[in-house]
Design a binder for this molecule. Structure first.
Ligand code: AP5
Ligand code: MG
Length: 231
């Protein structure tokens, strides 16, 4: 099938909770004309709207477990179909995170005549993530991400970008974090192997400054996207 949509830069950001996916996504969508497709953000939007799906997601997310594959896959299908053609590519953030989701994505992209270009893995040890997550503050309005110590907003609890209120995600407490890390180890980390086998994996040291992580990602993507047929 030929690509007719113009949306060809398909990239996934992969990594444990707090590895910096959302932070790096902000830079990547700005510089590579990508649509940011975060399943976590989509679920939090449902929670905010108080939909039945949002009520289910609220419980599951607080527990630190993963949502059922079928629900996530339905969301992805709708979202991908509705944004095709809008931007030069799509940046998947926090998806796929099970083997079933990865298979589903392969099938969906094949149906659309598209292919994943790179899966960027932000590698970092679990013990480094607790501080990042417990200190994170997120804008309720625009979703911008801060950290009380390493990247505070200028005015306490107020977003620098839009003036919205900052809040602490209800899953950023020690109990939920332990469950999220366990779910990652059990269900998500094994998915990496398949991408490595396909030659799509880009491993980046996630335990560096935000700028250094971005420099490494951008360096790798620039090389990959310059390969004929992969731009
Ligand atoms: P989701 O929202 O995807 O959360 P996550 O994967 O747990 O990842 P986070 O958003 O917590 O971390 P991040 O990697 O984006 O880090 P960030 O840049 O914010 O999912 C939430 C829940 O939704 C899941 O638990 C599950 O229930 C459900 N869900 C979502 N997708 C699903 C799916 N596909 N299937 C099933 N269920 C799904 O950074 C974190 C902090 O660190 C910030 O304070 C930041 O400022 C700081 N920081 C970032 N980079 C650096 C750096 N280089 N140095 C120092 N600090 C840094
Ligand atoms: Mg995130």
């Amino acid at each position: 099938m030929t690509e007719t949509t113009g949306t060809s830069k398909l990239i996934a950001l992969f990594g444990p909770p707090g590895s910096g996916k959302g932070t790096q996504a902000e830079y990547l969508v700005r510089d590579y004309d990508l649509y940011h497709l975060s399943t976590g953000d989509l679920l939090r939007a449902e929670i905010k709207q108080g939909t039945p799906l949002g009520r289910q997601a609220d419980e599951v997310i607080k527990s630190g477990a993963l949502m059922p594959d079928a629900i996530i896959q339905g969301m992805i299908r709708n979202q991908v179909n509705s944004v095709l053609g809008e931007k030069a590519g799509i940046l998947f953030d926090g998806f796929p995170r099970t083997a079933a989701q990865a298979d589903f994505l392969d099938g969906l992209l094949a149906e659309l005549g598209l292919a994943m270009k790179a899966v960027v893995f932000l590698a970092i040890d679990a013990e480094k993530l607790i501080d990042r997550l417990t200190g994170r503050r997120t804008c309720r309005n625009c979703g911008a991400v801060y950290h009380v110590k390493s990247s505070p907003s200028r005015r306490e609890e107020v977003c620098d970008k839009c003036g919205g209120p900052l809040y602490q995600r209800p899953d950023d407490n020690r109990d939920s974090i332990a469950e999220r890390l366990a779910a990652y180890e059990r269900q998500t980390y094994p998915v990496l192997q398949a991408y490595e086998n396909k030659g799509l994996l880009v491993r980046v040291d996630g335990d560096q400054s935000r700028e250094a992580v971005y420099r490494d990602i951008a360096g790798a993507l620039d090389r990959i996207l310059a390969i004929p047929g992969r731009d």
